[in-house]
Design a protein. Sequence first.
Length: 397
Amino acid sequence: MLRFAAGPVHRTGRTVRFAAIVASAVVAACGHGPGGPGGMPPQQVIVVTLKTQPVTLTRELPGRTTAFLVADVRPQATGIVKARLFNEGAIVKAGQPLYQLDDALYRAQYQSSEAALAKSEAAYEVARLAARRASELVKSHLISTQDSDNAIAAERQAAADVGVSKAAVQTSRVNLDYARIAAPIAGRIGKSMVTPGALVVANQSVALATIQQIDPMYVEVSQASSEWLGLKSQIDAGRLTAGGAGTRVSVVLEDGRHYPQDGRLEFSDVTVDTGTGSFAVRAVVPNPNGTLLPGMYVRAILSEGTRADGLLVPQVAVAHDPKGGATTLVVGTDNKVELRPVTVTRAIGDQWLAEAGLKAGERVIVEGIQKVHPGDVVQPAEAAAAARAPAPAAPAR
């Protein structure tokens, strides 16, 4: 058992030296020791070295899908609908019969025209033989030249009558064919507007049905003319290479899913809508599975062009002040932190496109931003190298 003597404690030289060492350690722990501010090593941060690279600028625009081809089915003959020959909502082929009209009258007209043609052909044969005989008799001076000329003229008139009869047969054949209404294009047919027993009139304004070709599909969007002027100025200045017809177009569906088939830009309209200040842009998108339907709301991602010397900055490295200004922390050549105002225009993935304030080769802090301030000396580590470095071993217990 230890015993402590009562009374005053006499401090020896060894005790005084021990107390001085403890006091020095306390001071160092409080941040007032030697070795720079705080007496601590520089704070380690993760940086990304900026470099220029080709950047494809895209624009996401809202739009609607429309059918590639649309055709209204209308009758070209008047009659009573005897039968509907298709299923509503089915895929039909071009030329496929859709409706059958009562064709009794047209069939009778066709038969009458065929009989008239046979009569004309018989009359022509008689006239032809008479003209041949007349040409032989006139050589023997048995008939006058006038009679021979009349026989030849009668033959020609009979031949013309045959031509008229043939045209009448063709017309009646066409009218008879019109009694069977066929699909003008291939596609998906909608609801029938008439039923068997209804009277339809040739070239009526109300369509019997509508056929839409939905593979491929059109995606029609509108782009503001002000945006186009900004792009054109960059193209004229040589900073941007424009993308024209044939440029790839991605489609985002209404539920946020990306449509698996990419389309291509077909054309941009040349007229600006005075009411909206925008012009139409159309893309063609494959639709083999019928996922896209006419009238669907979609968002089209269009390529506006390619910038050969684009400078991308990670979004985590950029902060915005209450006024909307963008800033980033840059590590200089002396490893000092500098607060740099920058100008960024658009997000590309998880990065910002920098327009001003930064240049290739500079290092921006992406990790450890909260632990440093402008003017601090830091120990930077490249993000790629830091990701490849092995994790520190756990301390032994």
